[in-house]
Design a protein around this ligand. Structure first.
Ligand SMILES: [Zn+2]
Length: 477
């Protein structure tokens, strides 16, 4: 195949919030010994599956994972549906690896008719591909990319440590659009910055040069085929996974959903506790909000601080597994929190850079609902432990760039956000409040919502005094 013409230039992505500060320096990589065998890539690429009648965009990812080298070689087939109202002349793909210190190298790119994509412009955190013909609203196109991704040795959701390899946002994906441009933000001082359309994922993973004990934690049931393992995840924001030779797997089941905790051997008892919390939380939220959106849920002990949600999988810091006595601890509250993100992030999407409270306040308030249902006598203690002792300040509707660091961001979007939701509930009464949450889930499922949608739905309840509550917590509503 003809080599790609990579155009290295400033793209002038005016609508994008791409910070100019350099935070893309990769951590010095201490790669283990070279792999025993080179990993061959399948070429020429054979497209698979029907091109039409997709409910949403589809990503098919065929991975060769060289564990010893911590390198993925991937063929990615994208069936993209233009869900915007406008006509597209180019396609933007997000390359988050650039912000995470990983090395992304595009090797090949082809259109669905098998012809080479000759021009791909490369910018920090993005690829821009001019289209051969305009793509109208609702129309679809097919292309495939072949790329290598080398992880940096650093703790985090895209990186490896001596204990695990983590893969979130490891493949290029097409972000949503607003009226005029692609929605692509750069990292802020805290919080998440990527916005995702809901999409379908089919992943085929082959692992090479790995110890026999290697275990893969994935967000969907595994099916062994063609010398690899296949996963299908539908209606999801992203496909994240993790691999470690250190995981012990603990399993459970709730409402037909398979739950599995992937924990380090020193934390089996705590892993069981997190699994139990997750199971109870999943059942509770199904009753309160609506159906759990996926077939399985993986709880992954993380070799990096805090927690991170993804569809059908979340990471939770190993430090939280050290202390789980009783119910007032971060293992319990954050397990309940991360499970809730499958509703408030996974099913109902939002822009976490500009309106982080939409998913975070709801996930935090869902913790409270968990305690209310499971440990009603401890709800007050939970408020104090989780929120009130920090005397939170800040506008609920501040974006991630408005903060200087994690503490003020969490106080505003999470803590004040949860206090706002509680004030709202007091004003509405339980029947109307939970009816509203179900309305919001139904309206937002598979969509990307914003505060206008939240308040428009709320407006249907004709609350007297809503303005006072909003005025107390929000800066610009
Ligand atoms: Zn959260």
């Amino acid at each position: 195949m003809r080599p790609l013409a990579l155009i290295w230039m400033a793209l002038g992505l005016a609508a994008c919030t791409i910070p100019t500060s350099s935070n893309t320096e990769s951590t010095a990589s201490e790669s283990p010994a070279a792999p025993e065998t080179a990993v061959a890539s399948p070429t020429p690429f054979e497209f698979s599956g029907p091109e039409k009648e997709l409910a949403r965009s589809r990503y098919q990812l065929d991975i060769d994972f060289d564990y010893a080298a911590q390198v993925l070689s991937v063929w990615e087939q994208i069936d993209y549906i233009n869900s915007s109202d406008g006509v597209l002349s180019e396609l933007l793909l997000v390359v988050e690896a650039d912000w995470q210190g990983a090395t992304f190298e595009l090797r090949d790119a082809v259109w669905g008719d098998g012809t080479a994509i000759e021009t791909v412009a490369r910018e920090t955190s993005a690829l821009l591909i001019p289209l051969k013909a305009p793509l109208g609203a609702g129309d679809s196109l097919r292309l495939a990319l072949h790329f290598d991704l080398e992880l940096a040795q650093k703790p985090g959701i895209l990186g490896y440590t001596t204990r695990q390899s983590n893969f979130a946002d490891w493949y290029p994906f097409v972000p949503p659009r607003d009226e005029t441009s692609w929605i692509l933000h750069g990292p802020g001082p805290a919080g998440e910055h990527l916005v995702y359309e809901s999409a379908d994922f089919e992943v085929l993973l082959r692992v090479h040069n790995a110890p026999e004990e290697l275990v893969v934690a994935a967000p969907a049931p595994a099916e062994v085929i063609r010398g690899g393992t296949r996963y299908v995840l539908t209606g999801a924001r992203r496909f994240a996974w993790s691999a470690s030779a250190d995981y012990t797997v603990l399993e459970s089941e709730a409402s037909g959903v398979t739950l599995a905790a992937y924990v380090f051997p020193e934390h089996l008892e705590a892993g069981q506790a997190s699994l139990s919390v997750s199971r109870a939380a999943l059942e509770l939220y199904e009753g309160l909000f609506g159906e759990y959106p996926y077939e399985s849920l993986a709880i992954v002990e993380a070799d990096f601080p805090d927690g991170m949600e993804s569809d059908g999988l979340f990471w939770l810091y190993r430090g939280f597994f050290d202390d789980f006595e009783g119910a007032q601890n971060y293992l319990t509250s954050l397990s309940a929190h991360e499970v809730a993100h499958n509703w408030w992030f996974g099913a109902v999407g939002n822009d976490p850079a500009l309106e982080p409270w939409l998913d975070e306040a709801l996930a935090l308030y869902s913790e409270r609902l968990y305690y209310e249902a499971l440990y009603p006598e401890q709800v007050d203690a939970w408020w104090e432990f989780r929120i009130l002792r920090f005397s939170p300040t800040g506008a609920v509707d501040s974006n991630i760039y408005a903060h200087t660091g994690f503490a003020s961001y969490v106080q505003a979007a999470y803590f004040r956000g949860a206090l706002f939701l509680d004030a709202l509930r007091q004003k509405m009464g339980d029947v109307a409040f939970f009816s509203f949450l179900r309305d919001y889930f139904e309206a937002g499922r598979g969509e990307i919502v914003n505060a206008d949608v939240f308040f428009a739905l709320l407006g249907e309840y004709e609350l007297v005094g809503l303005d006072d509550i909003v005025g107390e917590y929000f800066a610009e509503r």
